[in-house]
Design a protein. Sequence first.
Lengths: 321, 258
Amino acid sequence: MADDKDVWVFSEKPALQAELIAGAQQLTSHTGGQVMAVVLGARSQAEQALEQGSQRVLWLGELPSGRLVEDIVPTLAASVQDKRPFGVIIGATIRGRAVAGRLAARLGVAALADVLEFQWDDSALLARHMVFGGGAVRIDRPLAGPVIATTGQGIFEAGALQARPKGEIEPLSWVEPPWQAAVIERRSRAVSSVNLSAAKRVVCPGRGVARQEDLGLIEELAQALSAEMACTRPLAEGLGWLPRERYIGISGAMIKPDLYLGVGVSGQAQHTIGMSESRVVVAINKDRAAPLMTQSDYAVEGDLYQVVPALIRALKARKAK
Amino acid sequence: MKIVVCAKLAPDASDIEVRSDGSISLERAEWRIGSFDLQAIEAAVRLRDAHGGSVTALSVGPQRINHSKLRKDLLSRGPDELVLVAEDALNGADTAVTAQVLAAAVRKIGAVDLVLTGEGSADLYFQQVGLQLGELLAVPVFNAVSKIEVSDSQVRIERSLEEETEVLELPLPAVLAVTTDIHTPRLPNMKEILLAAKKPVYEWSLADLGLENTPEPRVEAVSLRAPRPVERKRILIEGSPEEAAQSLAGYLVKEGVV
């Protein structure tokens, strides 16, 4: 194993891990190293990482009870210092961000946050990400290794699962964290988990929807389109009408569906950063000057409370034919 | 209880000017307190009001953050004092440099029980500095903190994760990055604005912090440009709701999305 060539991935979410492995493969095709997943979980999860395309697995076993995923930081830091990979790509969940920031500090580097794309300038790695609330694209070049980066869901496309992967699972032992938080309670918040980035069609209500009970109408439209319901950030975070994992945009979901239909969505850059790569964009808004209306394929100018019921009827009528 | 709240003073993203070649100018942008940092300030001030002690606001950046309007804006939101490390060497500082300077400043402030930060900066929103700061200070550090209860030398926090709420207990001192919905930030009233002018402001240099050399940058920004706009058909559909709906449904069929 050569120094500074391997690319490691870590995510506590197996689906995201598969995408990170695909991203890491892009890097190892330049560095010439191997993709290695660091797995915190059952042995079956370590095997799953191999099926997902990881060439080796550093396996920590299951999270001991009372421990947090974030407690992996000292272990990861020690392993990185020992094995010297080119870099570590970490899934940009809340826990993943915590791991990345702390790991970067321990290693004396700055993590590249929410990377949308890796590029190479000769032998130098470049990372593209959005700044200024989606208003600008910045390309960063790490000046020191190892490269620590975070990447969210929907950025890299996971490869096909391998039927009989030949990779080694190497056990990794825990390094005791210097401090420990006591877990008092965990309450599940989401009724059902949703994978917006896998949805083919997405309907997204925004602040143009006046009352929470009006979301029923939007849901009816989503059903008529066999679409997944998303929302803008204020509906999830300020108003709490929908669970957080349904909001699109900066720090939320990044989606590329075939159809994105925004209902009463103004289209602030913080939101559109998460959906601008949708194949077909539709906006329904009474204000034809709303930013999303000018960045749509089809912009319907009208009162959503009239247009949406009419659209549901039109879609149902077509289905009935 | 001694609380430090970190706030980034940065150009307002909504004032970005895009030049015709796609490059970006921030020259005319107004500098403000990061919109996600206001909640951290509010949380710090409420904890002080409930438990006594003091709140020190801390900001590091280029010289232009040392501006009377920004100083007053920060202090009128309730902190007792302000520490600024304003040197042009910190212009465009990366997260590693920023966290190192903050850590040195927190150490110099001394005997700090709790450091609060916002979820991320309003300009870059990398959501990294608070976490790096905690690790550099070698104290418990968490992000996504939506509730803080302090008792003795302990703190009980709630974290709003993607699918669950997690309640943790940790020893102090600690560094916590708070969510945007932890509290609604107050609007300073006239009394607080007048009071702000009398509160102490400490201007520390990097040398004062024992950082003879500016910490070495770890990341270099090679370009900053407007995102390339995706070409859209921009077909405006008007008319009665029924007509518009029929027309849109037709387009959706033609696009093969229904």
